[in-house]
Design a protein around this ligand. Structure first.
Ligand code: S3P
Length: 429
């Protein structure tokens, strides 16, 4: 994909359904009784991988465009797959599915692409093993492919060293199959879609916050059944973030992004944009299926650098590449700290963001847990996405304010979370 600088992005767009929520609808629907009807399902490669895995586990899933009907078979209705489950590029599929598979009475294995198979899985293997699960890394390197054999699970309390919704959700899902209560405490609250949605499905799930710190705990007790639901998936704020950034940094722009999920555990980008001086207005705020939703109006603004650190980091972790792009054209210096988790995403995003911003002429220094970025003028460059969808989309936005042409290599990788990204973009020209 070849892009150049423009001005005057105008119009209204809707972004596709939320990736995290779309995955969970398929998973929870599959182990619920009755049908789960999902509207505005994200047809990205990651969520399609989840559908593929649950079909291999014997679940009938009908799909017509963005409407999906999952014919749930109950907590104990999955059947042994006749092949290795292919999780593609999807960390969410791998980690959440492992929690469910740990509670089954059959053996299963799962494996993904090169990036997925190099991401850390000990973070779920350790707590699952403490619950009594038989889960192993086939190559013994703590990564997928993973093999999961039947076992009896018992409830544990897990003090997670990381704020990770994938780790938390994996343990809570295994907890559905354990005897006694299972609870997870994380250093600060990560996205809570699992907690909100499992409760809607009828799970016995509680959450609490420690009074003296930001630590968050979720506890689950086994229940006899989950009940299928009707769910409309809100627009994905992570996908919206590219248009938020474009609206703020491309001269003379005004963009309305409709129906975006603004769950506070996901909406850190909105606060960061405001703190940087961004002109953002939330319109038509409402709650559907326990999730907060709004239309987001963005207008071109003069941004300035800020420090981003602490508890806000888990609420914007996937948006850091595009936040870095905004920082690269803001006045002054932006410091991003406490974000070492960036190293274990689809790529090491401290490295991929630093390398590509440097190629565009930006003054950026990588640190152990983030980046220091001083804003200035960007120049066009060849962007090495390393097949990371968020790098492709973030740098497509950088290209719009760079001098000269920018080439996004392997831009097709946007299919992972936003197959129609470049089409939506054209609506604003
Ligand atoms: C996700 C959790 C986050 C996020 C990922 C989706 C989820 O990962 O980066 O894109 O759906 O639970 P971690 O749990 O590794 O932080």
């Amino acid at each position: 994909m070849e892009l150049c600088s423009i001005s005057g992005l105008k119009g209204r767009v809707a972004v596709p359904g939320d990736k995290s929520i779309s995955h969970r609808c398929i998973m929870f629907g599959s182990i619920a009784d009755g049908t789960t009807e999902v509207r505005n399902f994200l047809e990205g490669a990651d969520c399609l991988a989840t559908i593929r895995c649950f079909r291999s586990l014997g679940i009938e899933i009908e799909k017509k465009d963005t409407t999906v009907i999952v014919h749930g078979k109950g907590l104990h209705g999955l059947s042994a797959p006749d092949r290795i489950l292919d999780v593609g590029n999807s960390g969410t599929t791998t980690r959440l599915l492992s929690g469910i598979l740990a509670g089954q009475s059959f053996e299963s294995s799962l494996s993904g692409d090169e990036s997925l198979n190099s991401r850390p899985m000990r973070r779920i293997m350790d707590p699952l093993t403490r619950m009594g699960a038989h889960i192993s890394s086939i190559h013994g390197n703590g990564c997928a492919p993973l093999c999961i054999a039947p076992s009896r699970l018992h409830g544990i309390h897990y003090d997670s060293p990381v704020s990770s919704a994938q780790v938390k959700s994996c343990i809570l899902l295994a907890g559905l199959y354990a005897d006694g209560e299972t609870s997870v405490t994380e250093p600060s609250l990560s996205r809570n879609h699992t907690e909100l949605m499992l409760r809607e499905f009828g799970a016995d799930l509680r959450t609490s916050h420690s009074l003296d710190s930001t630590k968050a705990t979720a506890s689950i007790r086994p229940c006899s059944r989950l009940c299928g639901q009707k769910i409309t998936v809100p627009g994905d704020i992570s996908s919206a973030s590219y248009f938020i950034a474009a609206g703020l940094i491309v001269p003379d722009s005004e963009i309305l992004i409709e129906n975006v999920g603004i769950n506070p555990t996901r909406a850190g980008i909105l606060k960061v944009c405001e703190d940087m001086g961004g002109n953002i207005t939330l319109l038509n705020e409402r709650t559907e299926g326990g999730e907060r939703i709004a239309d987001i109006l963005v207008k071109t603004s003069n941004l300035h650098g800020i420090t981003i650190e602490g508890d806000i980091i888990p609420t914007l972790i996937d948006e850091i590449p595009v936040i870095a792009v905004m920082a690269a054209v803001a006045e002054g210096t932006t410091v991003i700290k406490d974000a070492a988790e960036l190293k274990v995403k689809e790529t090491d995003r401290i490295e991929t963001v630093t390398d590509n911003l440097t190629a565009m002429g930006c003054n950026v220094t990588p640190t152990a847990d983030g980046m220091i970025i001083t804003g200035g003028n960007l120049k066009g460059a060849s962007i090495h996405t390393l097949l990371d969808h968020r790098i492709a989309m973030a740098f497509s936005i950088a290209a719009l304010v760079a001098d000269g042409n920018t080439k996004i290599l392997d831009s097709k990788c946007v299919d992972v979370s936003y197959p129609t990204f470049y089409d939506t973009f054209e609506q604003l020209l």
